[in-house]
Write a protein that binds this ligand. Structure first.
Ligand code: PRP
Length: 216
């Protein structure tokens, strides 16, 4: 039996998705050792391997088949547009992709003025403004702390993730428009889906059952 390799997005989702796998009996004790610098963890009994990667890289590993399965946010899937199958919504890490800014930017947004939009998600922002709203904007790519941009005058608005809304509130910003809801998804390499169909279908079914039980 060949190893089934699972790529998990580092950060908020990793612990939650590992906990879900654990409930299915797919455990990886090695991975819990926080002091370890190891990058890949193996469960020899199940012939499975796990690794943690930067969220943006998870779809890349999955498209090329270096990972058979990935657990990653819908935001990253949309931004990266990789060739892969999105097979399950794990309903964890739920949040929203939004256009945010100071209240006084609302009018400029509504009047389709040529505004600047700062974001970590230029493709999502482009698709939203150009294809859905038919609005020309200037998109500025940033790598973090996006809320700073309208405060220091880099842009009028931002496109970013809103979870609790506290980062916005604490910085005098608000949600101006909602782009889409987000949550963690399971993605699968297109060849692995055929070659390892039985093992992968079992995992999909298991995760879907957990998600259903959780919402009952
Ligand atoms: C994300 C996002 C917002 C914040 C939203 O940032 O970019 O800044 O979380 O969460 P909230 O609505 O609960 O306040 P993250 O912490 O991932 O770091 P980043 O600023 O480096 O992107």
């Amino acid at each position: 039996m060949r190893y089934l390799t699972i790529a998990l997005a580092k950060g908020r989702l990793a612990q939650k998705s590992l906990a879900m796998f654990e409930q299915l009996g797919i455990t990886c004790e090695e991975m819990k050792d926080k002091s370890s610098r190891k990058l890949i963890f193996t469960n020899e009994d199940l012939k499975m391997r796990f690794f943690l990667a930067k969220a943006n890289d998870v779809p890349t590993y999955v498209e090329y088949g270096a990972a058979d399965i990935g657990i990653v946010g819908k935001d990253t899937i949309l931004e990266e547009s990789r060739k892969l199958y999105e097979v399950a919504d794990l309903k964890i890490g739920r949040c929203r992709m939004c256009v945010c800014g100071p209240e006084n930017a609302r009018e400029r947004l509504n009047h389709h003025e040529l505004i600047r939009v700062a974001t970590k998600y230029p493709n999502i922002a482009k698709d939203y403004f150009y294809n859905k709203k038919h609005q020309t904007v200037e998109i500025i790519k940033l790598n973090g702390s996006i809320e700073l941009a309208p405060i220091v005058g880099l842009s009028e608005v931002i496109v970013d993730i809103v979870e609790t809304g506290s980062t916005l509130r604490e910085n005098g910003l608000c949600v101006l428009e909602e782009i889409c809801p987000l949550s963690a998804r399971m993605v699968v390499n297109q060849v692995s889906m055929k070659r390892e169909h039985e093992r992968i279908a079992d995992i999909i079914r298991g995760l879907q059952t957990l998600v259903r039980e959780d919402t009952l």
